[in-house]
Structures are given as structure tokens and as C-alpha cells.
Design a protein around this ligand. Structure first.
Ligand SMILES: CCC(=O)NCCS(=O)(=O)O
Length: 349
């Protein structure tokens, strides 16, 4: 089996880890989220159709999953290209593109965007949450799922010869389904064969990240090469978060730019603001976890793009980094979060 040891695998080629630069570890550049459409509140149904306009932008920001067109990021490749160029001009170097099977991964578009912008793009192998698993996926054994993931990294994904460089985002629901459990075991086996980076989308319950790490470790995974995404909306209790940090995975705050009153996927959860995210990160640094923190925006709907009045892919570099400095997070620590930690995670072992 060919070895990628010591390299980072982009959609164009394996590269030296030192060339990555500032890295966002959880984004989407092209995807289709239409199967997660949430019907709007009674009386607001007419707002789900039609184009995105100034007059409905605030409503879409509050109800991003209730506007049909907003879920079709794959229609915006030209805008995404322009916004990747903004990211590069702001000092950005690399984007991990976490679109997996089930939400419209498009390897050819990722390759084209990498070629046309010069931004390093790293694609994700594996499967999103159960509700998007095809019947063939549901029927596969752990060994067959492992074979698929390994093949997407070594030979190319979706019938192309364009290769993935991470496994994930691997989708998990709460409660975890049997098919998701098998995918996690396959993820662990692929990681133990290839030494590859892994990234997980946990269920919306504070016990979910613990359960996932346990399943992965029992199946042979390396928690130290695994990212737990979306901690912003998953673990709120400080003691529990520090207990989770002890398990050794990367701790990702990847919903920067997402600020709304009502979290449509889980109304019991109050989505934090960017200031609250920065405060959590400061706390984790003070507790000694600076080597484990990663950040991103997880752009996955159109309204997050600058074209539609959103923050785009450069919000962290342009706005969050200066605010982190004001809140006492030194440039040295910021460089760990955006440069050294992603490099360490993305390099095959
Ligand atoms: C595909 C994009 C995605 O999974 N985003 C996560 C949204 S949330 O679960 O954190 O709300």
C-alpha cells in the first residue's frame, strides 16, 4: 500500500506540511443540503421560495434551513471562487472541505477551485449522517465501508482519480444509528491502516462526543489525530468540556459567523455568539489545551457567502483574529490554532 507518511494530501497532489499556511479546518465549497430543509413556522411558508433578496435576508439569517434555495451552495461556484481569493488575499492558505457522501461532494469542482485560486483544498472521505446513507451504505459491512474510505484516499472518490486527504466529516446523529456506528468503526480501521486525519460531526447532545471517541478508540483509532467538530453547539458545561478535552482529540469551534436567535435543528440549544466562542477558546488555552484547538466557519448555506451579505471564508482572519488579540489571546497562540495545529493534524502518520 503506498504511504502518505509525512505528507498532506490535497485535491491536486500530496504536499509538504510546511506549505499549508493559515488553515480553516472545516468548510464547504460546494454541497447540497436540501434534504435538511426545515418547514417554516405556520404563516411563514411563502418565505421559503423565491430568490435571496435584501428584503428576506434577515429572515434567512434567522431561518437558514427554511429557504429552499439557500441550501444549494453548489450553485455558487463563481462566488465561492471569488471568496476564496479574498481568503487568500487576507493571508489564508488552506481549506479543509468536509463534504462527504450524502451531501453532494463534487471532487471535480474542488480540483478546479484549487487550480484557479491557488488555495490548497483538502477533500473529505466517508459518509455524512444516517438520514443521507444510501440503502447500499446501510447494507455494507465494516470491512466494505473501510475499503470504500481507503479507496477514496488512495485512488480517488466518486469515480474520479481526485483523492481525499481527510476522513470526514463523518456524520453522527443522537442517538447514534447502527449504520453510523459501522461507519465510525470503518473510519477507525481506515485511520489505523493509513495514519490519516479524521474529523467527526457529533450528534446534538453533550454525551455524543464521548460516545464517538470511545467507539473510535475501541476500533483502533488515534484520538490525537481526530477532530471533534461543532463543539460550539454541543458541550456547554465547562467541567464536561474539560473532561472531554482530556480524551485527547482536537477541539473544534467551527461555527464562527453563525449567530442566530433560534437554532432550528435543536430549539433547546442557544447558539453561542462569536464573542462567546472566543471566550471558550480563551478558557481552553488557559487550561493548557492550546495544542488541541482548531477553528473554522463551516460555511454550508448561501447566506453565509459575501455575495449574499454574509461573512464568507475570510471572517476569521479579518475579524475574529483581531478580536482574539483584544481578548488577550497572543499572536503566538493564534498561530498555533490556525497554522501549527492544522498542520500537525493534516500530516499523515
Ligand atoms: C454539512 C454542514 C453541517 O453539518 N453543519 C453543521 C451544522 S450544525 O449541526 O452544527 O448545526
Amino acid at each position: 500500500m503506498p504511504s502518505l507518511r509525512g505528507k498532506v494530501q490535497t485535491v491536486l497532489r500530496p504536499v509538504e506540511p510546511d506549505c499549508l499556511g493559515y488553515t480553516l479546518t472545516h468548510e464547504h465549497l460546494t454541497m447540497n443540503y436540501s434534504s435538511f430543509f426545515c418547514p417554516p413556522s405556520p404563516g411563514q411558508e411563502p418565505l421559503s421560495g423565491g430568490p435571496i433578496e435584501m428584503k428576506n435576508l434577515f429572515w434567512i439569517k434567522q431561518n437558514p434551513y427554511s429557504h429552499k434555495e439557500n441550501l444549494l451552495l453548489y450553485q455558487e461556484t463563481d462566488a465561492v471562487k471569488e471568496e476564496l481569493l479574498h481568503f487568500k488575499a487576507a493571508g489564508g492558505g488552506t481549506i479543509v472541505e468536509n463534504t462527504t457522501t450524502g451531501i453532494g461532494r463534487d471532487m471535480n469542482t474542488l480540483k478546479k477551485l484549487a487550480e484557479e485560486t491557488g488555495v490548497h483544498i483538502i477533500a473529505g472521505a466517508g459518509f455524512y449522517v444516517d438520514s443521507t446513507h444510501y440503502s447500499q451504505t446501510q447494507a455494507m459491512t465494516v470491512e466494505q465501508l473501510t475499503g470504500t474510505i481507503v479507496d477514496e484516499i488512495l485512488n480517488g472518490a466518486d469515480g474520479t482519480n481526485i483523492k481525499c486527504g481527510v476522513v470526514g466529516e463523518i456524520g453522527c446523529s443522537w442517538p447514534l444509528t447502527q449504520s453510523e456506528h459501522r461507519v465510525l468503526q470503518a473510519t477507525a480501521q481506515a485511520q489505523s491502516q493509513l495514519g490519516c486525519p479524521v474529523i467527526i460531526h457529533p450528534g446534538r447532545n453533550s454525551d455524543s462526543p464521548f460516545q464517538i471517541i470511545r467507539i473510535l478508540q475501541e476500533a483502533g483509532a488515534d484520538a490525537a489525530k481526530t477532530v471533534m467538530s461543532h463543539l460550539d453547539r454541543t458541550i456547554f458545561d465547562t467541567k464536561k468540556l474539560l473532561e472531554f478535552a482530556e480524551l485527547g482529540s482536537y477541539l473544534e469551534y467551527d461555527l464562527f459567523g453563525t449567530e442566530f436567535l433560534h437554532y432550528q435543528f435543536h430549539p433547546d440549544i442557544d447558539m453561542p455568539s462569536d464573542n462567546e466562542r472566543i471566550a471558550r477558546i480563551r478558557m481552553l488555552i488557559d487550561e493548557g489545551y492550546e495544542d488541541r484547538i482548531l477553528i473554522a466557519h463551516d460555511v454550508h448555506t448561501k447566506n453565509r457567502l459575501m455575495k449574499y451579505g454574509g461573512h464568507g471564508y475570510s471572517h476569521i482572519l479579518k475579524n475574529i483574529v483581531p478580536k482574539m488579540l483584544i481578548r488577550g489571546i497572543s499572536q503566538d497562540k493564534i498561530d498555533k490554532i490556525l497554522l501549527a495545529n492544522p498542520k500537525q493534524w493534516l500530516t499523515f502518520k
